[in-house]
Ligand binder design. Structure first.
Ligand code: NAP
Length: 538
C-alpha cells in the first residue's frame, strides 16, 4: 500500500483512482493544489482493478482506450493486443501512476461512507470507513459509471454450500475451475467475455440467461508492429479525429440510411463489420437510421440472428440465444471471442430463464421451476447499478442535509453531468447527463477532467469560493437529454442505460445523447459565458 499522511484541510478531495481519478490527480498536482485522492482498493485502476474475471478485456481498441494527454506516454507504451486484457490495462494504469509520481497523492484502502456539505463554512466534510475525516473546499468524484455491483436479487444465496463469485469483485488470486460444475448467471458483456474462458476449464458450465444479448466478434489479435508504428506516427491526428467523432470512437460511419441502401449494400456493410472491423459500434454506425428507425434496426438484427443460427449447431439453443424484444444496440452491444461457438461444446448447457425461471438458490445449486441444477461454483455476472449508483452510495448530503439519493429519487437531474443543484463545489466526472458510457469513456474522461481542472484553476485565480448548478439550467439540460433520447430506439429497451435493470430506479436515459463534440462545445461555451447556468460566489 502506498499512502500519505493526509492534511485534514484540503482544497480538493478526489474520490477514486481509476482512469478519471488518475488524470485528475495529475492535473491537480500540476496546478499545485493542496489535494488528496482517496481510493477504496489497494491499488490504482478502478474498473480494471476490480473486474478481474477470466476473459476480461477492453472492448474499445487499446490504442484508443488510453490517455492522449501526454505525447511521450502514448509513444512509449506498447499494447500487446488489439484489445488489451485486464492485467495489461491494469499495468498501464499502474505505469501512469508511477510515471507521473501520482501514488504519493493517493490514499489507498479508503472507502468513503459520507460526504457532507457544511453550509456555514462552505466546505465538504468527507468521512472514510476507517473514520478518517477530510475537510475540503471541493470534492471531485471519479467513481466510474459501472462500479456499484447490483445485488443478485435471487433468494437463498446464503444457503449455497459451494463458492460464489461476482465478476465485478473477482478474487485477486483467481479461481480454479478445473473439475468443477459451474453456473454463470447473466449474459451481458461480463458474462459473454467470461463464459468461453470458464467453459474451457470447468468440468461443466451451465449458463443462466434471462435476456439474450447482441454480441459481435471482437477479432482480437496480437499487435502488428508495422500498424503500431503507423498509429504512433499519426497519433495526434487520430486522437483529434476521435475527439471530433460523435462516440469518441474511430469507427467507420455510413452516410446513408439502411432503408435506402440495396440488400447487397447492406450485406456488404454488415459482412465488413462482422468479418473485418470487429468494433462493437460498427453495425450501429453502418447506416444512419439504425438507432432511430425500427424497420432499419430489424434488418440488422435479422442479419445477426442469422449469424447465430449459422454458428450454433443445436437449433433450439440457437433460437434461445437470439436476442428478442428490444432493438439492436438499444442495450450495450457485447464484443466476444468465441461466445456463440461455446454453446457447441459438450460441457456447456444453456438454461433459458424466460421458459424456466430461477426459483431460488439451494444448498446444492439453483432450483428453477422445472429442475434442480447442482453446482460447485456460482458466478454472478448480473451487472451494476450504473451511472448514478456509484455516486449515491457515497452517502452525499448537500444543502439542508438533502441526500443525493433524495435529490434523484424521481429524476436523476444534473447540469451537464458535472454538478447537481444543491450540491455546491461537488464535481462528478463522467456523471449522469454527460456522454460517459455512450462514448469512448477515455475521451470523455479527458474532456471532463480538463474542464473541471481548468475551472478549479480559474476559480482559485479569481478568489471564488463556491460554484453551484442553477436548478433551472439543470432542469433544461435534463429535459434536453430526454428529448434527444426519445428520438431514438434506446428508450425501447430495459437497459442499464435507462436504469431499468435495477428495481425501483427511475427510468431515464442516463448518459448524454447529443455526442462527444457537441457536448464539448456546450461545455466550452458555458465557460466562455462565465459559467452560464452555474452560480458563483466569492
Ligand atoms: P449487464 O450488461 O447489466 O448484464 C447483466 C446480465 O445479468 C444480464 O444478462 C441480466 O439479464 C442478467 N441478470 C441480472 N440480474 C439477474 C437476475 N436476478 N437473474 C438472472 N439474470 C440476471 O452487466 P455486465 O455484463 O457486467 O456489463 C455491464 C456493462 O459494463 C457493459 O454493458 C459494458 O458497458 C461494461 N463492460 C465492459 C466490458 C469491456 O469493456 N470489456 C466488459 C464487461 C462490462 P437482464 O438483461 O434480463 O436484466
Amino acid at each position: 500500500m502506498s499512502s500519505t499522511t493526509s492534511p485534514t484541510e484540503l482544497d480538493v478531495l478526489v474520490i477514486g483512482a481509476g482512469f478519471a481519478g488518475l488524470y485528475e490527480t495529475y492535473r491537480l498536482k500540476r496546478a499545485g493544489f493542496s489535494f488528496l485522492t482517496v481510493e477504496a482498493g489497494d491499488d490504482v485502476g478502478g474498473t480494471w482493478y476490480w473486474n478481474r474475471y477470466p476473459g476480461a478485456r477492453c472492448d474499445v481498441v487499446s490504442v484508443e482506450y488510453s490517455f492522449s494527454f501526454d505525447e511521450a506516454l502514448q509513444q512509449e507504451w506498447e499494447w500487446s493486443e488489439r484489445y488489451a486484457s485486464q492485467p495489461e490495462i491494469l499495468r498501464y494504469a499502474q505505469h501512469v501512476a508511477d510515471r507521473f509520481g501520482l501514488r504519493e497523492h493517493i490514499r489507498f484502502n479508503t472507502r468513503i461512507t459520507s460526504v457532507e456539505w457544511d453550509e456555514d463554512r462552505a466546505r465538504w466534510v468527507t468521512t472514510a470507513e476507517d473514520g478518517t475525516v477530510f475537510d475540503s473546499q471541493f470534492v471531485v468524484t471519479a467513481v466510474g459509471c459501472l462500479s456499484a455491483p447490483k445485488p443478485p436479487e435471487i433468494d437463498g444465496l446464503d444457503d449455497f454450500a459451494g463458492d460464489v463469485y461476482f465478476t465485478s469483485m473477482w478474487p485477486h488470486e483467481g479461481v480454479d475451475f478445473t473439475g468443477k460444475r459451474v453456473a454463470v448467471i447473466g449474459t451481458g458483456s461480463s458474462g459473454v467475455q467470461s463464459i468461453p474462458v470458464i467453459a474451457k476449464q470447468a468440468d461443466s458450465l451451465t449458463v443462466f440467461q434471462r435476456t439474450a444479448a447482441y454480441s459481435l466478434p471482437a477479432l482480437n489479435r496480437p499487435t502488428d508492429p508495422e500498424e503500431m508504428a503507423r498509429i504512433k506516427a499519426e497519433y495526434q491526428e487520430l486522437r483529434a479525429r476521435a475527439k471530433a467523432a460523435r462516440t469518441g470512437l474511430l469507427v467507420p460511419r455510413g452516410t446513408k440510411t439502411a432503408l435506402e441502401a440495396t440488400p447487397e449494400e447492406r450485406q456488404a456493410a454488415w459482412d465488413q463489420c462482422w468479418d473485418a472491423v470487429g468494433i462493437f459500434a460498427c453495425m450501429a454506425a453502418s447506416f444512419t437510421d439504425i438507432h432511430t428507425d425500427e424497420e432499419a434496426n430489424a434488418l440488422v438484427a435479422e442479419y445477426i440472428h442469422e449469424k447465430i443460427r449459422e454458428t450454433v449447431k443445436d437449433p433450439q439453443v440457437a433460437e434461445d440465444l437470439i436476442p428478442r424484444g428490444f432493438p439492436f444496440a438499444a442495450k450495450r452491444v457485447c464484443l466476444d471471442s468465441g461466445y456463440y461457438e461455446t454453446f457447441n461444446r459438450e460441457n456447456v448447457r444453456l438454461v433459458n430463464l424466460r421458459r424456466d425461471p430461477i426459483e431460488r438458490i439451494t444448498a446444492s445449486g439453483i432450483q428453477t421451476k422445472g429442475e434442480l441444477h447442482e453446482f460447485d461454483i456460482i458466478v454472478f455476472a448480473t451487472g451494476f447499478d450504473a451511472v448514478t449508483g456509484p455516486l449515491v452510495r457515497l452517502g452525499i448530503k448537500g444543502r439542508g442535509g438533502r441526500t443525493l439519493a433524495e435529490a434523484w429519487r424521481e429524476e436523476p437531474q444534473t447540469y451537464l453531468g458535472l454538478q447537481v443543484a444543491g450540491f455546491p463545489n461537488l464535481f462528478t466526472l463522467t456523471g449522469p447527463g454527460s456522454p460517459s458510457v455512450l462514448s469512448n469513456v477515455m475521451v470523455s474522461i479527458e474532456q471532463h477532467v480538463e474542464w473541471v481542472s481548468d475551472t478549479l484553476e480559474d476559480l482559485r485565480a479569481r478568489g471564488i469560493r463556491t460554484i453551484e448548478a442553477d436548478p433551472e439550467a439543470q432542469a433544461e439540460w435534463f429535459a434536453e437529454n430526454n428529448r434527444l433520447a426519445e428520438g431514438t430506439l434506446y428508450v425501447k429497451a430495459n437497459s442499464w442505460f435507462m436504469g431499468a435493470n435495477v428495481p425501483g430506479k427511475p427510468r431515464f436515459f442516463l448518459p448524454y445523447m447529443g455526442g462527444v463534440p457537441t457536448y464539448r462545445e456546450i461545455c466550452e461555451d458555458v465557460r466562455a459565458r462565465d459559467y452560464a447556468g452555474f452560480a458563483l460566489a466569492s
